[in-house]
Design a binder for this molecule. Structure first.
Ligand SMILES: [Zn+2]
Length: 284
C-alpha cells in the first residue's frame, strides 16, 4: 500500500509506552465484561476471560520506553488509514442526510483501560461502543507483520476498517439491536447473529476499501484475499458486550474465511451500504 504523505487523523490517542499500572486501581472490569472471541486462535475462551480478569492486577508494560522509528511509522500508518475511514464514512453518511461521528483510536502497549473494561494485549484489536473507541496494541501489529510479511500493511488496514465498521454499526443502531437479543433468543441463534454482525463489519471494511481505492490506488491485485485470509487466520478481533454475566458461546465464529472474503469483496465491489444486509441474507 502506498500510504505515505496522505492525511493523518487527529483522532489517534497514542498511549504506547505508557504503563497501565495505576489505571487498574478501582478499575478492573467492574460490571463490564469483555468477551474475547478466542475461537480463531484455537484457545479456550474461559482462559482468556480469566486472564482478562487478572490482567488489571499485574503489569508487564514496557513503560517509559521511547518509540522506535518503526513504531512511529506504524503510528503514522494507522493515522492515515483512520483518516481514510473518516473521509469515506463522512461522505457515505452525508449522502443519506446523516452526520458521521468520528471514533477515536487508541494505540496501546500491553494493557489499556477502556469504557468496556480493562484489556490486555491478548485481547487483540477491539471496538468499545461505550466510549466509541477502537483499541489496537502494538504487539498485535508485530504478530501480524511476522506472520503476514509483505501484505501485512493491507491486512492491518483491513483490521482497522473492520473495527471502524463496528463503530458504523454502533452509530446505525445495528449493534444495539443485536445485543438486545441476547438472552431473548437461544444461544445458537445469538451466535448466528454475531456471525452476521462480524460479516457485516467485513462488508463495511470492504466499502471503505472501495472508496479508498478510488481516492488512492494503493490496493494491488492479490492484496485483498491474501491480506484478508491472513488477518482472519491471526484472529482479527474480539467483540465486547456491556453485560453483566455472560455465557461464552461454544460455537461462535466470525464466519469462514470464504464468507469473510465474500462479504468484504461485496463491499469493495459495490461500495453500496445497502448491499450489506447480512442479517437477511439467505446465503452467507
Ligand atoms: Zn469484529
Amino acid at each position: 500500500m502506498r500510504w505515505q504523505g496522505r492525511r493523518k487523523s487527529d483522532n489517534v490517542e497514542d498511549r504506547r509506552g505508557i504503563s497501565g499500572r495505576g489505571l487498574a486501581v478501582g478499575g478492573g472490569l467492574g460490571g463490564l465484561i469483555i468477551v474475547a472471541l478466542y475461537f480463531l486462535l484455537g484457545g479456550n475462551p474461559d482462559e482468556i476471560v480469566q486472564s482478562l480478569q487478572t490482567q488489571g492486577t499485574t503489569s508487564t508494560a514496557a513503560a517509559g520506553q521511547p518509540l522506535s522509528e518503526k513504531d512511529k511509522e506504524m503510528g503514522d500508518f494507522v493515522s492515515v488509514i483512520l483518516a481514510d475511514t473518516e473521509d469515506v464514512w463522512r461522505t457515505v453518511f452525508s449522502g443519506s442526510g446523516q452526520q458521521y461521528r468520528e471514533p477515536h483510536l487508541v494505540l496501546f502497549t500491553d494493557q489499556v483501560d477502556s469504557a468496556c473494561g480493562y484489556a490486555g494485549a491478548a485481547t487483540g484489536p477491539f471496538y468499545c461502543p461505550g466510549d466509541e473507541k477502537v483499541y489496537l496494541d502494538l504487539s498485535f501489529f508485530d504478530e501480524m507483520q511476522l506472520k503476514l510479511g509483505a501484505p501485512g500493511d493491507f491486512a492491518l488496514g483491513y483490521v482497522i476498517a473492520h473495527e471502524v465498521g463496528h463503530h458504523v454499526q454502533n452509530l446505525l443502531g445495528i449493534m444495539d439491536q443485536v445485543m438486545s437479543r441476547r438472552g431473548r433468543v437461544g444461544e445458537r441463534e445469538f451466535n448466528q447473529l454475531q456471525v452476521r454482525l462480524e460479516l457485516q463489519a467485513d462488508f463495511l471494511a470492504g466499502v471503505w476499501a472501495h472508496y479508498a481505492r478510488q481516492a488512492a490506488d494503493y490496493l494491488e491485485q492479490g492484496d485483498i484475499e491474501e491480506g484478508l485470509n491472513a488477518a482472519s487466520a491471526v484472529g482479527d478481533d474480539r467483540i465486547q458486550r456491556q453485560q453483566q454475566g455472560y455465557v461464552v458461546p461454544d460455537a461462535f465464529t466470525h464466519g469462514t474465511s470464504e464468507q469473510r472474503v465474500r462479504w468484504f469483496k461485496k463491499g469493495l465491489e459495490t461500495g453500496d451500504i445497502n448491499q450489506g444486509d447480512t442479517f437477511n441474507a439467505s446465503i452467507l
